[in-house]
Design a protein around this ligand. Structure first.
Ligand code: FE2
Length: 255
């Protein structure tokens, strides 16, 4: 695909975000946050696809760009990014893309796979039977998405003053508290469900658990290279329990 077509898609995406931001006035920063996240996920997908020699790259880069396109209408309609309190933003984005010509530069079959990847990007588990291109798109988009969410949350948690409830999902800000069942799930090599989180520390544990779960070696190397594990555990209570957990996750990340 001509790189100019992808650049055009990127431009159109940015314009669309701008329209939502304008309508939201003082709450526009939440739209800007998702716009910038989408552009960084797009850039991360470019890296992963290149390092894993996946070709052609265009469907992956487009899927990464639009994976969160449902966030704009979700925030405008409900004022939250919590899917459990509003709509599933993967479904919202896929339905939106179905009704527009946004992806018309792709053949219908490829377009369907991109839309399916948007629908599935935020699901806890992928369906066992999936078209190979859809599965491959999901792997790259989900890896890139996780790689960018971690620093966004880290920077917000590290900021001075009251925490932004939209970013921290409205979880309880008690520096010494965590949910034992969440720590057990992470220690067992699994990722806890969002619904099981009670404290901000639980959220940090969830983010740490994502590293070893990344599909591509290139993604795991980015997670390790950017020091996300160290940064997350530096913000958790300094105990033997968490030191052991960090060592275990660091080992799993090198697999
Ligand atoms: Fe998303």
């Amino acid at each position: 695909m001509d790189p100019a077509v992808l650049r055009g898609m990127r431009r159109r995406f940015v314009l669309m975000a701008g329209e939502y931001a304008e309508r939201l006035g003082p709450r526009r920063e939440h739209i800007v946050l998702k716009r910038d996240h989408s552009l960084r996920v797009h850039a991360l997908a470019t890296k992963i696809v290149a390092r894993e020699s996946i070709a052609p790259a265009a469907p992956y880069l487009a899927a990464a760009l639009v994976h969160d396109i449902g966030r704009f209408s979700q925030f405008e309609r409900f004022g939250t990014y919590r899917d459990d309190e509003s709509v599933d933003h993967g479904e919202e984005g896929a339905d939106f893309l179905r009704g527009t010509d946004f992806l018309d530069a792709f053949e219908p079959q490829v377009r369907d796979c991109i839309i399916m990847a948007v629908r599935l990007h935020n699901k806890r588990e992928l369906p066992p039977r999936l078209d190979p291109l859809t599965r491959s798109l999901c792997a790259v988009v989900r890896d890139a998405d996780k790689l960018d969410i971690v620093p966004v949350v880290l920077s917000r948690l590290g900021a001075v003053g009251p925490k932004d409830g939209v970013v921290t999902l409205g979880l309880a800000d008690e520096p010494g508290a965590w949910t034992e069942a969440v720590a057990d799930t992470v220690a067992g090599g699994e990722s806890p469900a969002y619904g099981d989180l009670r404290y901000i520390n639980d959220f940090k544990l969830l983010l740490a658990s994502w590293g070893p779960s990344l599909v591509h070696g290139a993604s795991r190397r980015i997670f390790a290279g950017r020091g996300y594990l160290d940064r997350l555990f530096a913000m958790l209570p300094q105990s033997e329990r968490f030191f052991g957990l960090k060592t275990r996750l660091a080992g799993a990340l090198r697999r």
